[in-house]
Design a protein around this ligand. Structure first.
Ligand code: HMG
Ligand code: MG
Length: 298
């Protein structure tokens, strides 16, 4: 049985723009988020409160967040540590995400920490965020494969997932950061997580389309009962130079499939596509989304 409705967790303004070579002006980001909300997306990840040298594309978080915080949508932000949470709280953010890795190589590259050191860094962040009655998401990257380590064993992913839940995260987002997952692997991981006590209701999925499997993987997850799907408007976030960073699942491709399945999303596909075409103009390159291309082909 498929769910009647799903929540699309829109990551274009954060995961998308953090990987674009061009730095987008703050006013354009704010307009992008407003248009996404207007297209019916109800959860729009806005930015990250990370070190500006690590992610210069999102260094304007303090300027951006107040420009969109009046919107009647959830605006989660990424916070790696207490400093990030302080910055988010100062601006009135109500949802935060910490971001762990299933592999040591990516933990080092992304957070300058071992997996367990990163979990220790998140512990007081999650505790304080829960004290503040915030909703906390725990991202987990490299759940299927890692560019340095190759295939990632399911038990390794389960261990870090459980650790994130034990910290008090309300939901997980299982990231196929390099896009190597296939549907059977997705189902194996979901089943193993359930067996280890992580309920499907706490699990979101975050696929990348490197090998064209993102929708197949999404369908498998839906059939398993997952109702939170991450996607990036227009497929933003593709880096043509790094195989490991090829684009996120495009929100338009996801909405097209969900509409066809009769699953409610609240998203207006026409408005969303127009937004991605507008953003592609700002970035000076066409959207890689097949659905955007098909709907705008003249
Ligand atoms: P570090 O160098 O180990 O930092 O980086 P530190 O703790 O030693 O502190 C060094 C300096 O950074 C200090 O300043 C701190 O104050 C400052 P100094 O005393 O030298 O002047 N600092 C900060 N400044 C602003 N905001 C902060 C902050 N924290 C420390 N929050 C750190 C550790 C975690 C900070 C760094 O590694 C970092 O910012 N990493 C973020 C990387 C990132 O954002 N990656 C992308 C997100 S994850 C992802 O993309 C995957 C995902 O999308 C899923 C998928 O696609 O599959 C989620
Ligand atoms: Mg991503």
């Amino acid at each position: 049985d498929l769910p009647a409705r799903v929540t699309i967790h829109e990551v274009g303004a954060r995961d998308g723009l953090q990987n674009e070579k061009a730095t987008v002006p703050t006013a354009v980001k704010a307009e992008f988020i407003r248009r996404l909300a207007d297209a019916g997306l109800s959860t729009i990840e806005a930015t990250s409160f990370v070190h500006p040298k690590w992610v210069p594309q999102l260094a304007d978080a303090e300027q951006l967040f107040p420009l969109v915080s009046d919107l009647p949508v959830a605006l989660p932000v990424l916070v790696p540590n207490q400093r990030g949470l302080d910055r988010a709280l100062a601006l009135g953010a109500r949802r935060v995400a910490v971001f762990a890795s299933a592999t040591e190589s990516f933990a080092k590259a992304n957070l300058n920490r071992t997996v367990d050191e990163a979990l220790a860094m998140f512990e007081p962040v999650v505790r304080r965020a829960k004290d503040e009655r915030m909703r906390v998401r725990g991202y987990l990257s490299m759940c299927f494969g890692d560019p340095w380590e190759g295939p990632v064993p399911v038990h390794q992913v389960v261990r870090v997932s459980k650790a994130l839940m034990d910290l008090g995260c309300d939901e997980l987002s299982l990231g196929d950061t390099i896009g190597v997952a296939t549907p059977g692997h997705v189902l194996d991981l979901l089943s193993e997580l359930n067996e280890e006590g992580v309920p499907t209701s706490a699990i979101g999925v975050h696929f990348h389309d490197t090998y064209g499997q993102a929708l197949a993987n999404t369908l498998a997850a839906l059939q398993h009962g997952v109702t939170t799907i991450d996607a990036s408007a227009g497929g933003l976030g593709g880096c043509p130079f790094a195989k490991s960073a090829t684009g996120n699942l495009a929100t338009e491709d996801l909405v097209w499939m969900l509409q066809g399945l009769g699953i409610h999303t609240g998203v207006d596909l026409g408005r969303l596509t127009a937004t991605s075409v507008w953003m592609a103009d700002q970035l000076g390159r066409p959207s890689p989304s097949r659905t955007v291309r098909a709907l705008t082909h003249k």
